[in-house]
Design a protein around this ligand. Structure first.
Ligand code: 13P
Length: 255
């Protein structure tokens, strides 16, 4: 299956000039990889979505939002709907990132509503799941992940489950410099796939991609992504440096 790399730019690129410099640098570096095999998605802050789409649409790079609200329109001050994101040309949306769970008290129910809204309006949801350090230490990882996946899938039709991308982002690895082993990542991937087959009866479960996210860089990408069984990565800090981000792409491509 085609591997997928997602860049989560988080709350960065503070000025129009900074955004433009980023895009220029990204386009320049991308010229070295015109035939990349890896699917690339960039998720900038909402104020930059339109510009990113304008600059990258014809370059085989997809653009996604970092969050949406589940309602489509109306009196929800400060929110952005899936349809609005779709209508400016985006194709993906990150849902349930651990920073949203932590700072905005997003719970599994809200995440489920957002996933359903994304699917309804034709966006690919990139759904983040992951355990805390304490949960890992007491051997609770599989239970926590299964619970998050189960809650994410409430009332999602089985026929649409393969459209969802899951991103395994252990909370202890995000923004740190530690990463799990490839075996740890594969174990979580197997937990998710087994659940999808055994509980939901998904027959084409090989189509569901499970990414890894948390301190990914060009030095550790072989550990977290290059095995044939691993599907791709969700990159934070390193996506802010186009040359580094695209180095990760080229390493995945070369594999
Ligand atoms: P870092 O790559 O900076 O650890 O962030 C990971 C992340 O949160 C991606 O969504």
């Amino acid at each position: 299956m085609q591997k997928l790399i997602v860049g989560n730019l988080k709350m960065n690129l503070l000025t129009v000039a900074e955004r433009d410099r980023y895009l220029e640098s990204f386009e320049r570096e991308l010229k070295n990889l015109p035939e990349h095999q890896t699917e690339i998605v960039l998720c900038p802050p909402a104020v930059h979505l339109e510009k990113f789409v304008e600059k990258l649409k014809l370059k085989n790079v997809f653009v996604g939002a970092q969050n949406i609200f589940w309602e489509e329109r109306g009196s929800f001050t400060g929110e952005i709907s899936a349809l609005m994101v779709k209508n400016v040309g985006c194709s993906h949306v990150i849902i349930g990132h651990s920073e949203r769970r932590k700072y905005f008290a997003e719970n599994d129910e809200a995440i489920n509503f957002k996933i359903r809204a994304a699917l309804k309006d034709g966006l690919t949801p990139i759904v983040c799941v992951g355990e805390s350090k304490e949960e890992r230490e007491i051997g609770d990882t599989a239970r926590v992940i299964s619970q998050q996946v189960n809650q994410a899938l409430v009332e999602v039709p089985i026929s649409r489950i393969t459209e969802i991308v899951f991103a395994y982002e252990p909370i202890w690895a995000v923004g740190s410099d530690v990463t799990p082993t490839s075996d740890d990542i594969l174990e979580v991937k197997i937990t998710i796939k087994k659940l999808l087959v055994e509980k939901y009866g998904v027959s084409d479960v090989e189509k569901v991609r499970v990414l890894y996210g948390g301190s990914v860089n060009s030095k550790n990408v072989s550990q977290v992504c290059l095995q044939p069984q691993l599907d791709g990565v969700l990159v934070g800090r390193e996506s802010l440096i186009p040359v580094e981000f695209l180095k990760i792409v080229s390493l995945i491509d070369a594999n």
